[in-house]
Design a protein around this ligand. Structure first.
Ligand code: HEM
Length: 437
């Protein structure tokens, strides 16, 4: 009798739990149907994300496949696990969402548990509502063209380290993994501009900063799944409490930033970089708070720019996290395509060397704005574009880029990464054309 009861309970409980979970995860599955919106058929528990969860395709490619499958529709309803989401297909609607009605669609779904990962959670792309708006308004002037121009000398210094690396490779006649090398270049640029330090990752591939960054931001299977939750099921991530970055790396980044800030405040050193602009913002934030405390007229609920503690570190960190992989990858893709299309490479080199000759043989910020063909090869925004174009211009003015025997015929994307990134290495050869210095 006891055995029978035990068997009944042990079979009934899991079944009840399964049915409960099944009902919960499918509760929204009539959402799009009820609204008369065309939709892709979901699977229980996974919604329309089966291919992403099994890490077979990148998030971007999976959404593109859904986009292609519904070519005749302006939008298509999908399910991010259990949650209804809309894949918008027509440019006019996309424009309305991002421009005209941007206020309504202001918040990104991407969410990080701020108590668990304060450095990610307090950063510009993660904060919401009025907090985001104010932070954005205050941080945008950090990227004005005149500030970019002021920082150009720091980028140029890293370009020289990059050509040194390529020069060694060209002399040895060996192939070089451009994916890793371009990531080291952009790491050096951004640590210099946002952290005010020479991370020297081009000179020393195993430099402390690169080691920490590799650990923090490389995409393992676990991180691939965590980023899926960030994008599509932020509330589950809050419950599961899985961290993207380990505490040792987070502490290393905090210590590095604060010791540089202290040094600048003590010595009055000015480098005209991101960190200078952020120190200025922090100073203004402090002044406003003091003024507000004195003034009784200010409305009590007015947002105060918070640039203390992790609120400060988070912004410098996100410049690094958002800016090194994206630009490094863009450079690797561009170099690959240029190696595969020598005619385009030749035309681009001609433009770069012609403009540089006009500017006393130097690559200048102004000169780069004159390179219209370069603008067709890579396009983008502000700082990312500046470091990408500067790196490519230096490379092409000194070297011919060629495929080698291990260069893949086709680029395969890494399904574990939420940014578009090639899977594995990207070896290319470099042949010195002329070397002036
Ligand atoms: C080729 C290079 C780059 C690409 C392709 C890229 C791509 C993107 C994309 C797609 C977004 C999201 C936009 C949105 O949701 O509205 C974004 C946001 C952002 N990126 Fe980049 N990025 C690049 C370079 C950089 C660099 C160099 C930095 C910093 C120095 C940076 C910092 C940021 C920040 C802070 C945000 C959040 C902006 C906000 O919340 O207002 N990115 N980027």
């Amino acid at each position: 009798m006891v055995l029978f009861e035990w068997l009944t309970i042990s079979l009934t409980l899991p079944s009840a739990l399964f049915i409960g979970l099944y009902l919960y995860f499918t509760r929204n599955f009539n959402f799009w149907k009820n609204l008369g919106v065309p939709y892709a058929k979901p699977l229980p528990f996974l919604g329309n994300l089966k291919e992403c969860v099994s890490l077979k395709v990148t998030i971007g490619n999976h959404l593109k496949n859904l986009y292609d499958e519904h070519g005749d529709k302006p939008y298509v309803g999908i399910f991010s696990f259990d949650k209804p989401s809309l894949l918008v297909r027509v440019p006019e609607l996309v424009k309305n969402i991002l421009v005209k009605d941007a206020k309504i669609f202001q918040d990104r779904i991407l969410t990080v548990n701020v108590n668990l990962e304060p450095m990610f959670g307090r950063s510009l792309p993660m904060v919401k509502g009025q907090h985001w708006r104010q932070l954005r308004v205050n941080l945008t002037p950090v990227f004005t063209p005149s500030k970019m121009k002021n920082m150009f000398y720091l980028v140029d210094l890293c370009c020289k380290d990059l050509t040194d690396v390529l020069d060694r490779v060209a002399t040895e006649g060996s192939a070089l993994d451009v994916k890793e090398t371009m990531a080291r270049y952009t790491t050096d640029v951004i640590t210099s501009c946002a952290f005010g330090i020479q991370s020297n990752t081009l000179k020393d591939p195993d430099a402390e900063f690169r080691r920490h960054l590799r650990k923090a931001l490389d995409f393992s299977v676990k991180k691939g799944l965590v980023s899926l939750l960030w994008f599509f099921a932020p509330s589950f991530n809050s419950i599961l409490k899985i961290k993207f970055m380990n505490d040792t790396t987070a502490d290393y980044i905090r210590k590095t930033i604060w010791s540089t800030v202290e040094y600048r405040e003590k010595t009055g050193l000015v480098r005209k970089d991101f960190l200078d602009s952020m120190i200025e913002l922090r100073r203004r934030g402090k002044t406003h708070i003091k003024e507000d405390m004195k003034s009784a007229k200010k409305p009590k609920n007015e947002f105060k720019l918070q640039m203390e503690g992790d609120d400060f570190v988070a912004q410098a960190f996100i410049f690094l996290a958002g800016g090194f992989e994206t630009s490094g990858t863009t450079m690797s893709f561009a170099l690959y395509e240029l190696a595969m299309h020598p005619d385009i490479q030749h035309r681009l080199r001609e433009e770069i060397t012609r403009v540089m000759a006009k500017h006393q043989g130097e690559l200048t910020y102004e000169g780069m704005q004159e390179m219209s063909y370069l603008d067709m090869v890579v396009s983008g925004m502000r700082f990312g574009l500046m470091q990408t174009k500067a790196g490519l211009s230096h490379i092409l003015s000194h070297f011919e880029v060629l495929p080698c025997k291990d260069t893949p015929l086709e680029i395969v994307f890494d399904p574990k990464a939420f940014v578009l990134k090639m899977d594995g290495e990207m070896p290319l050869s470099f042949k010195r054309i002329h070397f002036k210095r």
